[in-house]
Write a protein that binds this ligand. Structure first.
Ligand code: GLN
Length: 277
């Protein structure tokens, strides 16, 4: 029986929600837009139109993939972070809503640093943080650093036309020579899951690159390395802003203090979990 876009949307939403997918409403819209090759605006405009049987089949196939655990971001190849669309695939971590609080801190710090602030985004992945900062603080000069060659391809595509630079480097190694000038801000959402957490990933997270998640046995390898090696790169009065796992606040604050960082502070994300040091 012929169905409208609206009914297809409601039906898809119900199927996703029944499977326990919290963001079922948004995901249903994303899957239908992708299957129909429509923008969100076109989708809302065309809600009352009839969808073809072909389209219904395409949506069904995408829903099956989603119900099999594949994240919707990987199915549609694009994900929005802080209002900015980013290219993604299973080679790169999907930007999380939890990370928006970090972008917000970064934007405030970069803005406060004044005209021409230099910003380094370490373990950049899609580049969501660096690109978000540059978008809202256009005078900032932003460099995103990523080790994975596969992720770097997505980073390069995402920074294209934004004025953000992308560089390949392993941040566990000291690489001062790559950054000739000191910076006012380092921002980083490094891999921070523990060995035990890596063994018990949620089905969606298991589709993501382990390299973007694995922070070593206790999850803290990147905090130790960055806090130690990158202090001299930051100008006096500059900031290091880390995303942390919600149980890592005390450890990461301690690592920062031990490495001579001052005014060490923590913040929660919008869900009330410790998220920023
Ligand atoms: N927040 C992510 C998760 O819980 C982890 C991201 C990271 O390791 N940087 O899956």
């Amino acid at each position: 029986m012929a169905t409208t876009y609206n009914n297809l949307y409601l039906d898809t939403r119900t199927r996703l929600k029944k499977a326990g997918i919290e963001g079922g409403q948004l995901e249903a819209r994303e899957l239908i837009c992708y299957a129909a090759d429509k923008s969100r605006e076109q989708f809302y405009r065309d809600m009352h139109l009839y969808a073809s049987g072909e389209l219904e089949k395409r949506v069904d196939a995408l829903v099956q993939r989603r119900l099999g655990g594949e994240p919707v971001a990987y199915i549609v190849g694009e994900w929005e972070f802080y209002g900015l669309p980013l290219n993604v695939s299973s080679e790169v971590l999907i930007p999380r809503i939890d990370t928006e609080v970090l972008a917000e801190r970064g934007i405030l710090k970069a803005r406060a640093a004044g005209e021409g602030a230099r910003v380094l985004d370490l373990c950049a992945g899609t580049g969501c943080l660096g690109i978000g900062i540059r978008h809202f603080v256009p005078s900032a000069s932003v460099t995103c650093v990523e080790k994975s060659p596969q992720a770097l391809q997505y980073l390069q595509a995402n920074v294209h036309g934004t004025g953000v630079q992308a560089k390949a480097a392993d941040v566990l190694q000291y690489w001062r020579e790559l950054m000739p000038q000191s910076v006012q801000l380092i921002i980083s959402n490094p891999p921070y899951l523990t060995g035990a957490e890596m063994q018990a990933l949620m089905p969606e997270t298991a589709h993501e690159p382990a390299m973007a998640l694995d922070g070593g046995t206790d999850g803290l390898d990147f905090y130790r390395a960055i806090a130690a090696h990158y202090r001299d790169i930051v100008c006096p009065g500059g900031w290091l802003v880390f995303e942390i796992g919600c149980a890592q606040r005390a450890d990461v604050m301690e690592i920062c203090r031990q490495n001579g960082w001052q005014q060490v502070q923590a913040r929660k994300d919008y869900g009330g979990n410790d998220r920023v040091v």
